[in-house]
Design a protein around this ligand. Structure first.
Ligand SMILES: Nc1ncnc2c1ncn2[C@@H]1O[C@H](COP(=O)(O)OP(=O)(O)OP(=O)(O)O)[C@@H](O)[C@H]1O
Ligand SMILES: [Mg+2]
Length: 276
């Protein structure tokens, strides 16, 4: 049998070794009156199921641009993005079946002010035609998951910033996204609330087994949450390095006082300082 290797079956999409997300040679240029900005260039990254990847880097290094391309909001000008082995982009159009696997949480919670917490959480299910009883039941479960039981009937203006952000996380989880994309979701929160939100997010993600790409400016936050930290550098926005964080989960706040944690934080800080 000379060509036995040809009989090896290909891995079926969505199973086995196919990563949740495969980014190959991805780039994005912006053409403006001032010229061309190479916002992102030559990014290669594979993210496995259940993995938590944090993306850090200076302002303007292309973090949001990369996340928007992964989220189906902005077409890349180079490269390919696969979700579960299927192309997310077909030219400038996004593949609808891939988008249904994604959930997005932005820096601002972006809740609808005229809808209650429960109706905000349930809205994506409503848009998908989930029956009212079912979506209300699921929205209540999600409110409980993010610690908002008792606030289902409240309106966004009646909540604190952290509570609004938790409602936004619940809303993003309502469609059971296989890939959760978060762009500085806790950037507007004070340090203590942020710490609490990090613990909550870790708990929710472990419970739902979501795969997460999490953009942050905050290096300790990245190291605390992530299985891998991706460090990007600007002009053009590239991956400079990827650092694994092997500490088992769930992680407690005490981790932040350990030498291993601080070594990684220090190394990332030094690498970012070196960019100058
Ligand atoms: N729509 C756009 N049109 C033109 N240029 C853009 C556009 N969006 C982003 N850019 C440029 O692309 C580069 C990367 O921007 P991006 O928003 O991705 O950075 P970032 O890493 O998210 O920054 P920050 O940490 O401040 O949020 C910047 O130079 C920015 O000016
Ligand atoms: Mg940004």
């Amino acid at each position: 049998m000379s060509n036995e290797t040809l009989t090896v079956p290909p891995t079926a999409p969505g199973t086995g070794d196919v990563p949740r997300l495969r980014i190959q040679g991805v780039g994005r240029d912006f053409h403006t009156r001032a010229g061309v900005t190479h916002a992102v260039a030559g990014v290669d990254l594979e993210i496995q199921r259940g993995e938590f990847v944090a993306v850090i880097g200076r302002s303007g290094c292309g973090k949001t641009t990369l996340l928007r391309m992964i989220g189906g909001l902005l077409p890349p000008t180079a490269g390919t993005i696969e979700v579960d082995g299927n192309n997310l982009w077909r030219g400038e159009s996004v593949e609808p079946s891939a988008v249904t696997k994604l959930g997005f949480v932005f820096q601002e919670a972006n809740l609808f002010p005229w809808l209650s917490v429960l109706d905000n959480i349930a809205l994506p299910m409503k848009l998908r035609g989930v029956a009212q009883t079912a979506r209300r039941a699921r929205a209540s479960e999600l409110a409980a998951l993010v610690g908002l039981t008792g606030f289902e009937k409240s309106y966004p203006r009646e909540l604190s910033g952290g509570m609004r952000q938790r409602a936004a996380i619940a809303r993003a989880l309502s469609t059971e996204p296989e890939l959760l994309l978060m762009d500085e979701p806790f950037g507007a929160l004070d340090a203590l609330t942020r710490e609490r939100m990090n613990l909550e997010l870790q708990r929710i993600v472990l419970e739902t087994k979501s795969t997460v790409v999490f953009v942050t400016h905050d290096i300790p936050e990245a190291v605390f949450l992530a299985d891998r930290v991706v460090h990007m550098t600007p002009r053009p926005g590239r991956i400079r390095q990827i650092l694994p964080v092997t500490t088992p989960k769930p992680r407690g706040v005490d981790l932040q006082t350990t030498p291993e944690f601080n070594d990684i934080v220090r190394q990332l800080r030094a690498d970012i300082d070196e960019e100058d």
